[in-house]
Design a protein around this ligand. Structure first.
Ligand code: SF4
Ligand code: SF4
Length: 214
């Protein structure tokens, strides 16, 4: 997708009213039971022939990282790692497109402890919006283990607003990352680094380009 169409989507989201998403959210039957299924690796998504992205490789914004660091007294590297499933190589350097939440050796989110989210109050926007995302047809629902309870209308309204804010932030982040990467960004150049990769990676997160050793 090019920046012109992304900007167009941002504009149309800005002018959309989040209450229009409420009926879809209510009819999904969703009310999070905090079962933790979505915090663990349950399946992988084939992105390209070479890239298999785990279901819980969770992309997060720098603002989310700072909120978690401040709330829990953690360092940047305690929270995230470069997105090893979304890298590019220009033959000279390796570039990562943003950050993902750290995962433990059992391939769960590192904050999933004793069957609960240890940073629930500070959790990333993407976790607050799950299982909803804005697709081509409007609000769409990803897999959730507990689509059996009805959400209260006021909670659905809050979710709708969060979803709108998240989508706008995500698209603006894409636009900034595209500007950072320039013509290095092409689908054909996308790579995944092996788990446990050791080396230098330049992370473009829409705010800064961070040189990071993994
Ligand atoms: S799978 Fe659904 S119910 Fe379980 S934690 Fe995730 S969003 Fe909540
Ligand atoms: S931050 Fe919390 S809600 Fe999000 S994946 Fe990790 S444990 Fe789950």
């Amino acid at each position: 997708m090019d920046t012109v169409s992304l900007r167009g989507r941002v504009e149309s989201l800005i002018h959309a009213h989040s209450r229009d998403y409420v009926p879809d959210i209510l009819s999904s039957g969703f009310s999070c039971e905090r079962c933790g299924w979505c915090c663990c690796e349950n399946f992988s998504i084939r992105i390209t022939k070479d890239i298999l992205r785990p279901s819980n490789a969770i992309s997060i914004f720098p603002d989310d990282i700072r909120r978690i660091m401040k709330g829990k007294g953690l360092k940047w590297d305690d929270v995230v790692q470069p997105d090893i499933y979304s890298c590019l190589s220009d033959g000279d350097k390796i570039w990562a497109i943003g950050w993902i939440l750290r995962r433990n050796d059992g391939r769960e989110c590192v904050f999933y402890r004793d069957g609960a989210c240890a940073i629930y109050e500070f959790r990333p926007m993407i976790c607050r919006c799950y299982p909803f995302f804005m697709g081509k047809r409007g609000v769409e629902v990803m897999h959730c283990e507990r689509l059996e309870k009805k959400m209260a209308k006021e909670n659905a309204e809050e979710m709708a607003l969060m979803l709108k804010r998240y989508e706008i932030k995500k698209l603006r982040s894409y636009i900034s990352i595209m500007a950072q990467l320039g013509d290095k960004l092409s689908f054909a150049n996308l790579r995944m680094l092996p788990r446990g990769y050791e080396g230098e990676v330049f992370v473009c997160d829409g705010e800064r380009v961070v040189r990071q050793r993994t």
